[in-house]
Design a protein around this ligand. Structure first.
Ligand SMILES: Cc1cc2nc3c(=O)[nH]c(=O)nc-3n(C[C@H](O)[C@H](O)[C@H](O)COP(=O)(O)O)c2cc1C
Length: 248
């Protein structure tokens, strides 16, 4: 096994960091890694907002409700960014408004995630740790407001990182045969039977997200998370429309 794969197989989300700042040279390198990531049609339709102002971090934390967000030495918010290219097109005499299409939105969303995970791999390769924050999307409109996002931009995910202060267990994952299929989708006869072993394994995992408590089995987590609805997240299409995209 090579070093890269070994590192990826040892991936763990880190939620507690040392106070040590991430050096400028390291940040520059990580931003270059983000910039080198593949992008849909080569249009580079995503951007990052690096949050260095503690007051803004605290405001974002209120949306996320996860206190450890405000303590991350580095916090990046990845965004869909069609605004930049729309301006380039308009300044170039473009008259249509196809840049408002949902297809573009999804291209930007995908670009952001591809760039983010490329960066996470680089972060981990340097011995640093990272945590994604999907929880910043608990209130899309508020995040747009806090970060002063113009039209044709939209938050995708947050990423906190720094030097780790914890060494969590590797989180058990579902066996690959449940996720990787050949040529066509495979439907299993009984899903509870298929994940029995994984369910058992999961109860021996101590979740740092849940203050180190022993995890529920996976099947219970699925139900719990489906029950745990954040009302504002249900209105995501309204928020996307508010940012100027054609959702219909
Ligand atoms: C898109 C995305 C959003 C996530 N959002 C959060 C989050 O808001 N808060 C958090 O503590 N972890 C978050 N995570 C981390 C997951 O909880 C974590 O990856 C998962 O439980 C598996 O654990 P592992 O990364 O240690 O293998 C997120 C991960 C992804 C990919």
């Amino acid at each position: 096994m090579n070093e890269t794969i070994n590192m990826q197989l040892n991936h763990r989300t880190i939620r507690e960091f040392d106070n040590r700042a991430v050096e400028d040279e390291v940040l520059e390198e990580l931003f270059e890694v983000f910039n080198r990531a593949p992008s849909s049609t080569g249009l580079q339709q995503c951007s990052i907002i690096r949050v260095t102002d503690q007051k803004i971090k605290d405001e974002i934390m209120k949306v996320s409700t996860q206190k450890y967000l405000a303590k991350c030495p580095e916090l990046l918010i990845f965004i869909v960014d069609i605004y930049r290219n729309s301006r380039i097109a308009i300044e170039n005499g473009f008259k249509d408004n196809s840049y408002r299409d949902m297809d573009r939105f999804f291209q930007g969303f995908t670009d952001a995630l591809v760039g983010a995970q490329n960066m996470v791999n680089a972060i981990e390769s340097l011995g640093l740790g990272a945590v994604y924050f999907g929880s910043i999307l608990n209130d899309y409109d508020r995040i747009c407001e806090i970060l002063k996002l113009p039209e044709l931009t939209f938050p995708v995910v947050g990423l906190g990182f720094g030097y780790p202060m914890q060494n969590p267990q590797i989180k058990p994952k579902m066996p690959v045969n449940l996720k990787i299929f050949e040529n066509k989708y495979k439907v299993f006869d009984n899903y509870m039977d298929s994940i029995k072993g994984y369910d058992d394994e999961m109860t021996n995992y101590y979740d740092t997200r849940d203050e180190g408590r022993r995890s529920d089995c996976f099947s219970k987590q699925v139900v719990k998370k489906f029950e745990d609805i954040v009302i504002k997240r249900k209105d995501v299409l309204k928020s996307i429309a508010k940012q100027g995209f054609n959702v219909e």
